[in-house]
Design a protein around this ligand. Structure first.
Ligand code: TYD
Ligand code: MG
Length: 455
């Protein structure tokens, strides 16, 4: 029989090729294609021979004895999970090294174990003593978590089978595991794919909740095959920069809850603490009467969150002025700058522009356009935005300000935090009376509001 030919697999996205090539056509990465054992040989064959087993079919109603979700008791974590952990589900948690993945999972397991759940924490990265030292520092040593250090998939599955059915299993991290029947090194696409598949099948079969820690690449994607994101039920990312105390856990995919729901934490010497009122925390260090600062009333999932947007505009003599953005989309900033220039003629083209979202939050909402524009104009003119104002609204290329979703929720949050006025699009049927609302119909209206002295 002809020897099965090896294939070449991109370690970044999982695309496969007959021959090696320098650049992956699928994801555009360079030097990520490696030779790998072919898993099947030749063309797929039809299902011949043995008959399959009959699968039990049921109806859509939930059976009464099935508790649908496990609550960790860490409110911000449960919120990011979409209201608790669903039995038999597989969850992937990604984030930069040192952001707090291991810490939050240890804290969650300790809480669940104290509530009488069977919790298994398997670390492939740290020795058991290292995890014990962390638990000691966090004051969690007494929690009856079952701790082990393992990287061989076979050993892990045997351990889990022998533990009865654990309620929850943490694998830290999926990139350290290997199946001994594959020659590939841990962390390669074939290993990550096989190990995840086996563990997820175990979770579905046993009803255990599986939490996989995943490393991220330098551009922030979960390393290994993207198929991993399709295999699991929920994908969470830990965001925030390490030099800042805030950590944001964001659901980017959730089969059992809303996406874009965030949990906000603060890294302290005692581990990750919940931040129950993120808006107040994000605005805590806001400067008084400084130009270039605007408060954006945003939505993260179902929760309104107020954040400060900081802009600095400085004249530049360079042919290509600098555009630096932290926490927002670079392309979106270019668009706002172009619209401001084209529609108001304020002349930002020859300026260096720096934009920063305070607190380490990453904003994806187009509703931030108007707040960004206001921060830019305020920096350009040197006139501060009124301290008690929030701003929101999406900007069209024509300069028109478009309506945004959930205006009431945004305005209520602003009123709750003591803001007295708001600038935004056509309010339609907003019922909040607590703030004075100024409609900005098009971007030109901003000039009168923000480039002249305020009363
Ligand atoms: P860790 O959970 O190990 O990160 P990850 O698993 O995502 O790589 O987080 C480690 C960081 O958190 C490290 O920089 C130290 C800091 N830390 C604290 O500030 N306080 C604490 O109580 C703990 C346990 C960690
Ligand atoms: Mg870790």
């Amino acid at each position: 029989m002809a020897k099965a030919q090896n294939i070449f697999v991109c370690q970044s996205c999982g695309a496969d090729y007959r021959r090696w090539q320098g650049k992956c056509d699928s994801c555009g990465e360079w030097n990520t294609i490696e030779e790998s054992q072919a898993t099947g040989s030749g063309a797929p064959k039809g299902l011949t021979g043995k008959r399959g087993h009959k699968v039990d079919l049921t109806d859509l109603s939930l059976k009464a004895d099935e508790a649908p979700r496990l609550i960790t008791g860490i409110g911000e974590l449960d919120r990011a999970f979409g209201g608790g952990l669903v039995k038999g589900s597989a969850i992937l948690i990604g984030g930069d090294p040192g952001i707090g993945k291991s810490t939050i999972l240890l804290q969650a397991l300790a809480k669940l174990a104290q509530d009488g759940r069977t919790c298994v924490y398997l670390s492939g990265e740290e020795a058991t003593t290292q995890v014990q030292m962390r638990a000691d520092r966090l004051g969690l040593s007494a929690a009856p978590v079952k701790l082990g250090s393992a990287t061989n998939l076979r050993d892990i599955l045997a351990t889990l089978e022998a533990t009865g059915t654990p309620d929850i299993v943490v694998i830290d991290s999926i990139q350290t595991l290997y199946a001994d029947n594959l020659e590939a090194a841990p962390g390669t696409v074939s290993q990550v794919r096989l190990c995840s598949h086996e563990l997820i099948s175990y979770a579905k079969r046993s009803g255990a909740i599986l939490l996989l820690v995943g490393h991220v690449t330098k551009d922030g994607q979960i390393a290994g095959p993207r198929v991993l994101e399709h295999m699991v039920d929920t994908v969470l990312y830990f965001e925030g920069d390490r030099s800042h105390q805030f950590r944001i856990l964001r659901a980017v995919k959730n089969r059992f809850g809303g996406t874009d729901e965030i949990g906000v934490f603060e890294m302290t010497s005692g581990g990750l603490q919940e931040v129950a009122n993120p808006s107040a925390q994000f605005l805590a260090d806001r400067p008084q009467d400084e130009p270039g600062s605007a408060v954006f009333a945003g939505m993260e999932g179902t929760r309104p969150v107020l954040v400060e947007i900081q802009a600095l505009v400085a004249r530049s003599s360079a042919a290509n002025p600098r555009r630096t953005v932290v926490g927002w989309d670079q392309g979106r900033l270019s668009m706002v700058l172009a619209v401001l220039d084209a529609r108001t003629g304020v002349g930002l083209a020859g300026c260096d522009v720096y934009l920063n979202i305070a607190g380490g939050l990453k904003i994806a909402e187009p509703a931030a356009d108007l707040a960004v524009a206001v921060a830019l104009l305020s920096s350009l003119s040197g006139k501060p935005v009124a301290q008690d104002a929030v701003v929101f609204g999406e900007m069209a290329l024509s300069g028109d300000i478009r309506p945004v979703t959930q205006m009431d929720a945004r305005l209520k949050e602003a009123a709750k935090l003591g803001f007295a006025r708001a600038y935004g699009p056509n309010p339609r049927k907003t019922s909040t009376k607590a703030v004075r609302y100024t409609q900005i119909e098009r971007v030109q209206d901003l000039l009168a509001e923000f480039l002249v002295d305020q009363d």
